[in-house]
Design a protein around this ligand. Structure first.
Ligand SMILES: O=c1ccn([C@@H]2O[C@H](COP(=O)(O)O)[C@@H](O)[C@H]2O)c(=O)[nH]1
Length: 273
């Protein structure tokens, strides 16, 4: 099954456009995980079990693991999702970008080592830096377009021939690069007007949309701007707001994560149709 088919099935199965981000920050984990050599794995596993029926995808951000030399635990997490929730797409957020020969190694890392269904990629070095990922025709290639951070405007908003650069990226990916129908784009929830512009350019192409929750993006505006005619088409990511939902020590973190994930999924669904 391709990434896009798996994602469509997960949207329907869990009635959800919510992508649960896995960004484990050791300083924010409950104490029992900080004293456990396998703490990152155990924490993420509990989050996954608590939210798997509410999510359309899981998105580990590789930096949180690499910074702690915890790639082994990331591998265990990916194995766990594939074994216990094989219908939920796994997105490796790595934002890779390099020459073709190196890109092929990054693709092997994401798809073969971690078994990810999709990986995030930076388009700045052009098509030959993205093409190696497409050799895995059943996997997704999620390309940065209009990122959620304020500084994204420094380059992505540059006027290029009368249009901002991010619109060129959307057009290029939708009309030239997406030969196998495996591409998606990253567009931040913090810029709903640009999200609507991108949706108008790319048709039904899936969009990974970070920026709700901790970054303050408005859920109603995000969904209204980014949904397809079928009320889907998005993986709306929330990481910290779910992972660290427990307001104080003592509250069960997994129950709190589930509560916030459910509230977020339901808030998104209010504006889908
Ligand atoms: O434009 C982008 C692209 C990726 N991200 C990533 O998404 C999550 C957001 O985490 P929150 O805690 O929900 O803010 C994180 O992994 C980022 O690296 C993004 O925020 N914006």
């Amino acid at each position: 099954m391709t990434f896009i088919n798996k994602l469509s099935a997960a949207w329907t199965a869990n009635d959800s456009l919510l992508c649960v981000g896995l960004d484990p920050d050791m300083a924010k984990l409950p104490a029992r995980f900080q004293n456990d050599p396998q703490g990152i794995y155990h924490f993420c596993r509990e989050i996954i079990d608590a939210t798997a029926d509410l999510a359309c995808s899981f998105k580990p951000q590789i930096a949180y693991f690499a910074a702690l030399s915890a790639e082994g635990q990331l591998q265990q997490i990916c194995d766990y999702v594939r074994e216990h929730y094989p219908h939920i797409p796994l997105i490796m957020d790595a934002k890779r970008g390099d020459i073709g020969a190196t890109a092929r190694q990054y693709a092997r890392e994401a798809y073969d080592r971690y078994g990810a269904d999709a990986v995030t990629v930076n388009p700045y070095m052009g098509f030959d830096s993205v093409e190696p990922y497409m050799e895995w025709a059943d996997r997704g290639v999620i390309i940065l377009c209009r990122t959620s951070n304020a500084g994204g405007s420094d380059l992505q908003f540059l006027d290029v021939g009368g249009k901002p650069l991010y619109q060129h990226v959307a057009q290029l990916v939708a009309h030239k690069w997406n030969r196998n129908g495996q591409c998606a784009l990253v567009v931040g929830a913090t810029f709903p007007e640009e999200l609507a512009q991108v949706r108008a350019i790319v048709g039904d192409m899936p969009l990974l949309v970070p920026g709700i929750g901790a970054q303050g993006g408005d859920i109603a505006a995000t969904v209204k701007s980014g949904r397809t005619a079928h009320g889907a088409g998005m993986m709306i990511n929330s990481s910290r707001a779910i992972l660290y939902a427990a307001p104080q020590a003592g509250e069960d973190f997994a129950m709190a994560a589930r509560r916030v994930a459910q509230e977020t999924r339901d808030a998104i669904n209010q504006y889908r149709r």
